[in-house]
Every structure is written in structure tokens, then in C-alpha cells.
Design a binder for this molecule. Sequence first.
Ligand code: C2O
Ligand code: CU
Ligand code: CU
Length: 487
Amino acid sequence: MPEEHSERKGMSGGKLSRRAVIGAAAALAGAGLWGRGARAQGQGTLPGAIKSQDGLLTVELDAGLRPVTVAGQLVQLFAYGGRVPGPRLELKAGDTLRLRFVNRLKEPTNLHFHGLHVSPSGNADNIFLEVPPGATQDYEFQIPADHPAGTFWYHPHLHGLVAKQVFLGLSGLLIVRGALDEIPEVAAANEAFAVLKDFAIQGGQVPPPAPMDTVQGREGPVVTVNGKARERFVVPRGGLLRLRLLNASSSRFYHLRLENHPLYLIATDGGALSEPVELDTLLLAPGERAEVLIRGDRNPGSYRLLDLGYDRGVAGMGAFGGTRQAGTRVLAEIVYGEARRPALPLPERLLPVVPLENPVRTRRFVLGHGMQMGRGMVFMINGRIFSPQRVDTSVRLGEVEEWEIVNAGVMDHPFHLHTNPFQIVSRNGYPETVRAWKDVVLVRRGERVRIRVAFKDFPGKTVYHCHILDHEDLGMMGIIEFREGGV
Ligand code: C2O
Ligand code: CU
Ligand code: CU
């Protein structure tokens, strides 16, 4: 496979070449009049958060191999704007994102805006674009005025290289602000972000995966929050912390619990719930987001945010099985800060989650795997591995569909659909109790999950796939086409 080959090549050349630095400087000189927003200064570093102004966010963002500190170690990583995680982009519904992307990697890449309801075509959220090494690609789209507020993200999406490039550090938050941010108790909460990401580090570099690692989905033993081994968040005494979580890992799951505190879920992948839901633990599969409120109503002190561990079906497999089911580990600390008076209550109501109408069509997607001559283990949907030449699913805009997703394999698969968010209807026949907007749904081994989705607004083609990114790269992806109705 050419992908495999380029993967090895990219991994071995650890240090940044002089030519790449000069190339970057030349690219910057040519950037000229571009933008009035933030801009990468050659091999410089962008600010941690970049916000839209007057309805527009203009940014020049590069991807490059850079030395970055994660978990206290200096590592050669793939970084957006010099950062891992990449800069947080913040916009309001109705704003336009104008992003000049410069590929300073030695391999092709591209960008995907995960969870956004925007066009999948042209130079919007088009994952079929390919940005060759050294090339520049302008992305531009408007976030619809009625787009839900929520926690979204961007990452590369070039088939065959996605797991590697995300694993090496490419991902960043994309925040859409709106009604959820204006609910008084939410607005008054301390806001914090937590990008959950694991790394493998060896001699200041990320070592290439063993073949079995890609089949299982690569994981690294260094687990970080915002690139830190022990991130700290502050909850005001008597107040609220709004923690916005993203699982940006290629394959690792996080099974979260906060010592002595329940988590109050207020938003999922696609935005707000109708009211907070009290949780003891929260499982986040790759690609999933969750927003939780934490109440500072216990004895002031420091409490650990734990990952309890989770077996996603790989514990018994291969030589590295043992690391996959690690017991409890500490991800971060929540410390009590100054008192808030009067104390801040939880919000009673959030935003309505309108149920989707009855479907006009149902479909079935069976997730599975098998061996293929010359390729080894392949991952499939309905018996087929991904082909860029084939439209697997053709839907009509304006219609609601119900999809049954069946996991016939031995590993869990988080199923992800681009462009249109969905609602989970049932799991193994049991109705889902909380109505929520999702774009990733975990389908455990042996499970069958029904989701409902309304196809709206945007004609064009995009994909659905397993968000264990190695599985996507190994074929567990299909193309969906949104066609204008009435035919
Ligand atoms: Cu986050 Cu198609 O991906
Ligand atoms: Cu996506
Ligand atoms: Cu999978």
C-alpha cells in the first residue's frame, strides 16, 4: 500500500529540514494582503484561541512537523499553527470562516470540520480535497444563522493518513457560540475546554505503529488533557464549571468520573440537551464531545478527574493488549476556587431538542471486518471496503431516514456521519431515554443501534465511517450523496 509506505517515511524523518523552514518563510512573504485576523508567522505559533470579529474569522493555519511540549516532553509532532492541540477557533452562528490552510508537511493532507452543518462541497467542508505538500488551500463557508451552539472540531481527513495525522497531533476545537452560551447559569459558569488525546513517544518522536496497532486502532500510553499530563480546572466554591470535552484521540476511549461529584451533562456532539442530565460516569468514544457542568458544592479541595478504563474489544488481542485496558488513571484535577455569592444553581431548562418526524425510509449498515489477500485485515460496511469511486448511499434532501447500524465484529465501532446530525432512537430495541443531537454513536460489539437523521440544506457528497481512525483508513467508510428532492 502506498499509504503504508508514506506513513513509514513520514515517521522516520524526525527533524525539521532547513528547506522546510526556508519554504515556510517564502510562503509567508507571499501571504501579503491575506487576512486581517491572526496569521501564522512562518514557523511561529498562533494564539491558543482565535475569535471571529464582525461576523468573520480570517485565519492562516498551517500544518507542520514542529517541536511541541506534551506531558512535559519535547516531541516532534504534527501541529496546526505550531500547537497541539491546534488553536481553538470560535465563531457565532451566522459568521463566516475564511481559513487559508498551508500544508508544510511532507505528505498530503486536508481539513474536515467535524460536526458542522455546512456544505460538504467546493471549498467548504469538502473532505475529497487533497492539499499536496507545500500547497495552500483556501477554505471558506458561512455557519448557518440557525446553527446550534456547540463544541465542534477540525482535523485532517485524507483517507489512508487520517489515523496517523491525528495521532501525531493534528486537531483543534471549533466552537460555535449561540443560545446555549446565553442561558444565564451557563453564561455565569467558569468555562474550560478539555481536549483528550493520547500519544506514543519514543526518543522525542512518535514511533510508527506495528501492524496489529492499526487493526486495533493505535493508542499511546501518554494520556493528556490539552497536551498536559495533569491539567487543572477551577470550580468556584458555590459556582459552576462548564467543562467542554472533546475526544481527539485516534482510537482511545475515555471513561470519565470526577471524584465525589456527579457530572451534569448539558450538551452532546451537536449541541444542548433540553435539560441537564446527572451522570455518575461519562464514556467518550473518539470524535465525541460532551459539555458538563460541575457544581462546586462539596468540601473545598482538589478532586481528580479519572479515566476508569474501558475494554473496547481489544484487550485480548496482540502483544499490546495489556496497555489497552489500563486501570484507573488520573487525567486532571478540579480545584475549588474563590466563593461565588450568591451560589449559582444548575439551569433547570436548556434548549428544546425537537424530535425528528417519522422516517420515509430505513436502511441498514453492518459493520464488520475480514481478511483480504495482500491487504491483511480490512474493515467494511455492508461487506464492502471504502472506494472513492463509489456512492454507497444516496439520499434525498428534505427526507428523514432511520438507519439501523449493526456491529457484527469483535471490536466496538463509533459510527460517525458528516454534515447532518442525528438522534439515537434505540439500542438493541431499547428506546433511548435522552433525546440529543449526535454525530458519533458508539455501536458496541454485538449491538444494533437505530438513529434518525433529517437530510437538510446541502447537496453534495460526503462520508460516514468508524471514528476509530485506523478502521476508517482500513476501509470502514462509505460515501453518501445528498440529492435535491422531487425526482
Ligand atoms: Cu471527525 Cu469524518 O470525521
Ligand atoms: Cu466528521
Ligand atoms: Cu471501528
